[in-house]
Design a protein around this ligand. Structure first.
Ligand SMILES: *Cc1c(COP(=O)(O)O)cnc(C)c1O
Length: 393
């Protein structure tokens, strides 16, 4: 008797699942662990969105199986949002699809487009789902290294010609997890030209599209010329409105890519709960005051982290988006060794860069989506409890 397929047996445990186990063990041992590892907003979902959900749940019609592509109200709200935010016109019937969180759509896009042996171009480091879902589908992930030197943008000219020919799909993600990198539209324009030249679909993960700092406005890939011919963009209410547990997101863009994704989905799931879609539509139609207020809080917290890290000789840049700080480990450390020291000596979890791909070696990620007082406590401990060695870590 075999209890898992070859497909499953090859998959290492989900990185965050492992970290959660370690954290639980330390807490059981009485350590007051502060977890700066996981990107799940600490701030609550704005109350009016919760109230809207409760209201929609009173209608029995909303409690039946949802429509496969999502309810009309939600799809229209997404299309309107794209018109307002990006000046991009979308047909809510063919260019918008409701998702049970964007992770679901990202994972299902791969079997929708990729046959065994096909290459998927994946940023390295990046959100682990792109690579893992590719492996589960029998595809071959090809890592595109993102480095500080190339401003965390893939160098398309370094992708071997044979690889580009075998590639069906490329993932991009800006503002980026874990690097917090942001781009301007010209990066998407280069990606779209490359994709069109090689017949490669592009999936842009815009989970942090609205989580931006100061005056920076993150572009949509659909603003790039010709993008609608080959691109799909994933959006999510999770990070924008602190709705991670609700499981609601969307895919927008090329209607044939959307159609393929919906074929997989209609055979795997039955769409998000209708009252959640209606509350999400309400959120998307609302003003941006709470989003701006949340982003301001992240900005202040980032300053706390940058200052705390500077005290131990780690220089980190203030990002223009996401709620992450991506920083280089002190000289002489691997990512894992540094993270282990921070955990053992300060009781603080930071995520070692290689959790997101081999090019993450030498870096670690801190999430500021934790309460401000806990973040300050964590940074104080890092400043004072890490044992300095002749003034150096
Ligand atoms: C959080 C996150 C997601 C998943 O968001 P959901 O909509 O909650 O599934 C997708 N991509 C990245 C890069 C993320 O950090």
């Amino acid at each position: 008797m075999q209890y898992s397929s070859r497909r499953v047996a090859q998959i290492p445990p989900y990185v965050f699942a492992e970290m959660n186990k370690k954290k639980a063990r330390m807490i059981q041992e009485g350590v007051d662990v502060i977890d700066l590892g996981i990107g799940d907003p600490d701030l609550p979902t704005p109350r009016p969105i919760v109230d809207k959900l409760i209201e929609e749940m009173q209608d029995p019609a909303n409690l039946k199986y949802p429509s496969f592509i999502g309810c009309a109200e939600f799809r229209k709200a997404v299309a309107d949002f794209y018109g307002r935010e990006y000046g991009v016109a979308l047909d809510p019937d063919t260019e918008v699809l409701a998702l049970i969180g964007s992770k679901e759509g990202i994972a299902h896009l791969i079997p929708a487009l990729v046959d065994p042996g096909d290459v998927v171009l994946v940023p390295d480091p990046s959100y682990p789902v792109y690579r893992m879902a590719t492996e589960i589908a029998g595809g071959e992930p090809y890592g595109m290294p993102l480095t500080a030197e190339n401003r965390y943008e893939p160098r398309f000219d370094t992708i071997p010609k044979e690889t580009a020919e075998r590639a069906k799909l490329m993932f991009l993600n800006y503002p980026g997890n874990p690097t917090a990198a942001t781009v301007d539209l010209d990066c998407f324009e280069r990606a779209v030209s490359f994709g069109r030249a090689h017949g490669i679909a592009i999936a842009h993960d815009s989970a942090y599209g609205m989580v931006t700092i100061g005056d920076y406005k993150a572009p949509s890939i659909l603003q790039a010329a010709g993008a609608k011919e080959i691109a799909i963009e994933f959006g999510s209410l999770s990070k924008t409105y602190n709705m991670t547990g609700w499981r609601i997101g969307y895919a927008v863009g090329n209607s044939r890519l959307i159609k393929s994704l919906s074929v997989i989905k209609s055979n795997m799931d039955s769409g998000p709960f209708t009252p959640i879609q209606k509350a999400a539509a309400f959120a998307l139609n609302g003003d941006k005051e709470t989003i701006v207020a949340h982003n301001r809080i992240y900005r202040e917290r980032m300053d706390v982290v940058i200052e705390g890290l500077a005290a131990i000789g780690v220089r980190a840049e203030a990002p223009r988006g996401s709620f992450f700080i991506w920083a280089k480990v002190p000289q002489g450390y691997t990512s894992a060794a540094f993270a282990a020291r921070v955990l053992e000596e300060a009781g603080v979890i930071v995520t070692p860069g290689p959790a997101f791909g081999p090019a993450g070696e030498g870096y670690f990620r801190i999430s500021v989506s934790v309460p401000g007082d806990r973040l300050e406590e964590a940074m104080n401990r890092i400043r004072h409890q890490l044992k300095f060695d002749g003034g150096q870590l």
